[in-house]
Ligand binder design. Structure first.
Ligand code: NAD
Ligand code: MG
Length: 387
């Protein structure tokens, strides 16, 4: 019986994870499920999987969760500290699928128990990669990538020597606006940015896909997770999103990972690693697909990619600053305070403001990361207020 905990159970990745577990229910015991404000869904998941404890990230949702689970015997907790507390409960496999920097602290706590952490929460690698992987090493824990591109690279590297890797190419669909002329982007609406051409994901990552901030985070994630030099990492627009990533070796070979748009593949790979289990995903009909297309991304159109290069070169706390400024700018776009193209401008303003602060040289601890994150959010708010 495998004991499993899911952080961010009510989200898109969380639900896909539960879908896989439900198909093989007798082999799993659910320790904790966590969510945010969608209490009805969290309670329904906790009951159907007979979880030991359900946790909402928000204190003001505690009573609703307690009412929804009354009489079930399922424990209830609420708040940020409670998230870290359940990360301590013994589990063989923990899914980290909270969205945003909020996923970092529970992820670190989970690693301290020496478990396997399936990492969808790319923000924890971007903000504190060295801390996360260092904590895993120190406690004999394992971090497995769940982001589709990184799972693809991870799979392409099985049995290979890292010295033979010449480059890594991650693909980008180009998001909702890939065919829009530049002039139109300034007026892109929230509704248009929230619909992805290929993938069905949470709203925040969907908007980040349209701005290519998601790809920017993923370039940094590649650098942090695999330890590959920034100049060996490329992003390429591939509208079909069927090749997720390619690894180039020094004999000229490119190993591509090809698969359907279904996150259950990457989640299932991490769930069953190092084995491959049969998964309920579509089998591709290549003759029907016919052709695959590729195009170099235009950095003038997508400043997020240029900013990601700065983060990788700078290192240290630059990722925490970049991610936090991006999260605040995204809040600003979702609330209607700034336009679509202004998100990148705000992030660049914050980076300019903080880049003289020796970010690259700073020690990376949870405290320094959270301080840099807080500063960057404050500056982002100030820059948004004067627009
Ligand atoms: P989502 O918005 O659908 O779900 C997010 C989950 O986190 C929910 O359970 C929500 O309640 C919880 N949450 C939100 N804010 C929180 C906070 N402050 N504290 C604690 N919990 C909080 O997001 P998603 O699309 O499932 O993405 C989750 C993570 O996986 C993100 O880091 C995203 O970048 C990554 N990811 C997602 C996909 C995808 O297909 N959805 C693919 C690759 C990577
Ligand atoms: Mg991805």
């Amino acid at each position: 019986m495998r004991k499993v905990t899911i952080f961010g159970a009510t989200g898109s990745i969380g639900c896909n994870t539960i879908d896989l577990i439900e198909r093989d229910r007798e082999n799993y015991e659910i320790v904790a499920l966590t969510g945010g404000r969608n209490i009805a869904k969290l309670a329904q998941q906790a009951i159907s999987l007979n979880a030991e404890i359900a946790v909402t990230a928000y204190e003001d949702c505690r009573d609703d969760l307690r009412d929804a689970l009354a009489g079930t015997g399922i424990e209830v907790a609420a708040g940020e500290a409670a998230l870290c507390d359940v990360a301590d409960r013994p589990a063989h496999w923990i899914m980290s699928s909270i969205v945003g920097a909020a996923g970092l602290a529970p992820g670190l706590k989970a690693l301290e128990q020496g478990t396997t952490l399936a990492l969808a929460n790319k923000e924890s690698l971007v903000t504190a990669g060295a801390l996360l992987l260092g904590t895993a090493d120190a406690h004999g824990a394992k971090v497995l990538p769940v982001d589709s591109e990184h799972s693809a690279v991870f799979q392409a590297l099985v049995g290979e020597e890292m010295e033979a890797v010449e480059r890594v190419i991650i693909t980008a669909s180009g998001g909702a606006f890939r065919d829009w002329p530049m002039e139109k982007l300034a007026n892109a609406t929230l509704e248009a940015a929230s619909s992805h051409p290929n993938w069905d994901m949470g709203q925040r990552i969907t908007i980040d896909s349209a701005s290519l901030f998601n790809k920017a985070l993923e370039l940094i994630e590649t650098h942090e997770y695999f330890g590959i030099a920034p100049d060996k990492i490329e992003a390429i627009i591939h509208p079909e999103s069927l090749i997720h990533a390619l690894v180039g070796f020094h004999d000229g070979a490119l190993m591509a990972h090809v698969g359907p748009h279904d996150m259950r593949h990457a989640i299932g790979y991490a769930l069953n690693w190092p084995a491959r289990a049969e998964l309920p995903v579509e089998r591709l009909d290549l003759a029907k697909i016919g052709s695959l297309n590729f195009k170099a991304p235009d950095e003038a159109r997508y400043p997020a990619l240029r900013l990601a290069r700065w983060v990788m070169e700078e290192g240290g706390l630059a990722g925490a600053v970049f991610n936090a400024a991006k999260e605040r700018a995204l809040d600003g776009f979702i609330d209607g305070r700034i336009g679509f193209l202004q998100m990148a401008q705000i992030v660049e303003n914050v980076i300019e403001k903080m880049s003289g602060d020796g970010l690259g040289l700073a020690a990376i601890t949870l405290d320094t990361v959270q301080d840099a994150d807080h500063m960057a959010r404050t500056y982002a708010d100030e820059f948004m207020a004067i627009r």
